[in-house]
Design a protein around this ligand. Structure first.
Ligand SMILES: CC(C)(COP(=O)(O)OP(=O)(O)OC[C@H]1O[C@@H](n2cnc3c(N)ncnc32)[C@H](O)[C@@H]1OP(=O)(O)O)[C@@H](O)C(=O)NCCC(=O)NCCS
Length: 173
């Protein structure tokens, strides 16, 4: 297989990123979510990574800065998602490469934790664990087992907290 390049998105990638999400999720909701987040204050292009294979965008992962609140205190963590890989290239490790690159990026940028709402078994293999067990909840109406979190800076999640996903996410769920 040709090598995969994982790199930050550029404006030229935007249509291809839409195509990746639409084909992987089988609908437009996640592509619309990414567009809405791009237009929001939470967006940082450096935290949006694409996987490129043979000059074609085959995967995308987005990290968004979100507040984690507890007793009036607030810190920023990163929310992972949406992420997807085009069906024709799935099960080849591209999703894993994207997640590992996202984790490295979060570490390099000094974020304390990454939270993700999705298939818990998939994310646990990368070091995410049950958010419920760390007393972390969120404002999206999803099953609590679907929320997993990875502490990057030791102690960052001490005492837990409540993750406030911004409006583009609450509009989707
Ligand atoms: C989930 C997804 C990003 C994985 O990408 P990928 O490049 O196939 O991932 P990898 O090759 O690194 O890992 C594949 C492994 O992930 C696991 N996996 C894939 N989809 C999964 C799911 N929905 N639930 C749990 N585990 C899953 C399987 O164990 C799979 O192993 P296998 O190849 O031996 O069957 C991709 O399948 C996808 O885009 N799915 C549709 C969109 C989606 O569900 N995104 C995630 C939202 S939480």
């Amino acid at each position: 297989m040709q090598p995969i390049t994982v790199r930050p998105e550029t404006p030229e990638d935007i249509r291809a990123i839409d195509v990746v999400h639409i084909s992987a999720f089988g609908g437009e909701a996640e592509a619309r979510l990414v567009s809405a987040l791009r237009d929001s204050a939470s967006y940082n292009r450096e935290l949006s990574l694409v996987a490129e294979l043979g000059g074609r965008i085959v995967g995308h992962i987005l990290l968004t800065r979100v507040p984690l609140r507890k007793h009036g205190e607030e810190k920023n963590v990163l929310a992972l998602g949406p992420m997807s890989v085009v069906p024709s290239q799935s099960h080849r490790g591209i999703g894993s490469e994207l997640i590992q690159a996202a984790i490295k990026l979060a570490k390099d940028k000094g974020y304390g934790a990454i939270v993700v709402l999705g298939h818990p078994e998939y994310y646990k293999r990368f070091g995410f664990s049950s958010a419920k067990n760390l007393q972390v909840s969120c404002n999206l109406p999803a099953p609590e087992d679907a929320l997993t979190i990875m502490e990057i800076v030791a102690g960052n999640l001490a005492g837990g907290g409540h993750v406030e996903y911004p409006e583009p996410f609450t509009a989707l769920y």
